[in-house]
Design a protein around this ligand. Sequence first.
Ligand code: HEC
Length: 146
Amino acid sequence: MIKSIILLLAGAVAGAFAGNSIAHRLAAPHRHPRAVMTLLGFHHDRLDAATKAGQCADIASERARLSSLQQEIALAFPLTYKQEAPFRKNVDALGAALQTTAAEPAAAGAVASAAVTPVATCPDASVQYKKVTDACDECHRVYDPA
Ligand code: HEC
């Protein structure tokens, strides 16, 4: 009787360990994608706050962070990125939304002065913010409907 109780307990303990490590292994592949998305969410929130407060320097640095995380999406979702053209398109769209406005056509002469003058105003910050948000939403509509 005691022997079978001990066996039962030993089995339960061993089972708990095995279950734990299986759960751990199953969860591990999702850690990087979730980490990247969690950070995108965090910096997207900060971009929102900076945009509402009109803090141009913060807007620029949050966009730079989002941009480097955007480049990490392909690493975080290697299979989906490789197999799904619409997913790649969504990654590119987010990249485009995060491009600096420097690439936009400027009046002759404006480029040189823009290079030396620190940005003091950022009039289309909320338009830019919306483009980023739309790019996030576009991918989530298909790939993370949760
Ligand atoms: C190319 C597709 C794609 C783009 C672009 C994208 N996401 Fe995601 N996002 C996903 C997928 C897929 C998931 C589900 C990940 C999972 O649960 O493993 C997700 C999940 C999330 C989550 C939930 C994370 C969690 O805890 O499970 C947040 C927050 C998030 N994304 C924020 C953002 C923000 C902010 C942006 C834009 C700046 C963005 N995402 C752009 C594909 C994308």
